[in-house]
Design a protein around this ligand. Structure first.
Ligand SMILES: [Zn+2]
Length: 321
């Protein structure tokens, strides 16, 4: 099997983590005119072209102040993130004005969708900016949810150029968190694919089953447990019954999606009727026909779910959410 094509895993820059210990790193980077900055607010990025939004890489001159993050570098530039605080105008939405030279704010999924449709999706520059944007959104999200020391409740201070928060009272240090989740294409011995419908989705939407890794649990056990809980289907315990296929960051807000192919040894379906209200086996012909007619809506093309489904199918399928 070839590696999966995963849009959120494409990247071209060097994170240059060895530089983060330099306490002047942000200041010296800002003094260099070739430095470029991604500006963020509440998980959204300052963009140009609101119709087909692209994250804007801004020169540092004239930007407001906020939380600075070191994202990395390449041969051309150092890259920073700038998280703007809420605007303080009374009665306002809290959304600050986008920086001069940009057109507004857009979320990562919106940007990814626009890029997937663009002719320059494989262009080096597009891959660079998108890789930086995924990193910036994930890191900024962590800061938003971890303002206080988890032990004593004191407001923490940012260190390591945005990659650490430190408690000034007990010196406890915390680092950006990522929550692992598994997502799996479950296939039976007749080569059918299992897809589920979640209670919170619109009618007709189907995708691969998925769930978070629990404390103290191996990935293989998570795959078996989630499939059993959501569909009643039994995944084998033999060698090759759970095979890793690839991963991509999913910073909504802090997931890492780990993709698997899993082999079903018991195919009877019983859903829990709470989280998942339907699970069905599809042959290739059935899934193609259902997707083409619109009876079944498949996940978006930037998702790892889509990649796992199309890997099993052996090509592109019609339709997407
Ligand atoms: Zn503390």
């Amino acid at each position: 099997m070839h590696p999966l094509e995963l849009p959120f895993s494409r990247t071209r820059h060097d994170r240059a983590a060895h530089r983060r210990a330099d306490p002047d790193l942000i200041g010296t980077s800002l003094a260099v005119p070739t430095t470029r900055v991604l500006v963020l607010h509440r998980g959204r990025l300052a963009v140009v072209d609101p119709q087909a939004p692209h994250a804007a890489l801004m020169p540092p001159a004239g930007l407001p102040d906020g939380l600075w993050l070191h994202l990395g570098e390449d041969d051309d530039a150092t890259y920073l993130g700038l998280v703007l605080p809420d605007a303080s105008a009374p009665g306002g939405s809290g959304e600050p004005a986008p920086p001069a030279g940009t057109d507004g704010w857009a979320g990562l999924r919106e940007i990814t969708r626009a890029q997937a449709a663009a002719l320059d999706a494989d262009d080096d520059r597009t891959v660079l900016v998108h890789g930086l944007a995924v990193e910036a959104v994930a890191l900024a999200g962590w800061h938003t949810t971890h303002p206080l020391c988890a032990v004593c409740g004191t407001p923490t201070q940012v260190g390591q150029a945005g990659w650490e928060r430190r408690c000034p009272v007990d010196d406890r240090r915390t680092y950006p968190r990522t929550d692992p989740a598994v997502i799996m294409a479950v296939v039976d011995d007749a080569d059918r694919l299992l897809l589920g419908h979640a209670a919170r989705w619109p009618e007709g939407r189907y995708s691969t089953l998925a769930g978070f890794v629990e404390a103290g649990e191996s990935l293989e056990d998570t795959v078996r447990r989630e499939v059993a809980e959501e569909s009643g289907v039994v995944v084998g315990t033999g060698p090759g019954d759970v095979v890793y296929r690839g991963s991509q960051a999913w910073p909504f807000p802090a997931s890492l999606m780990l993709g698997f192919r899993a082999r079903a040894v018991g195919t009877a379906v019983t859903t829990d009727d709470e989280e998942v209200t339907d699970a069905r086996w599809f042959t290739r012909d059935e899934l193609h026909a259902a997707a083409a007619s619109g009876e079944v809506g498949l996940p978006g093309r930037h998702s790892i779910a889509r990649s796992l489904i199309e890997e099993w199918f052996g090509g592109e399928l019609p339709g997407a959410w």
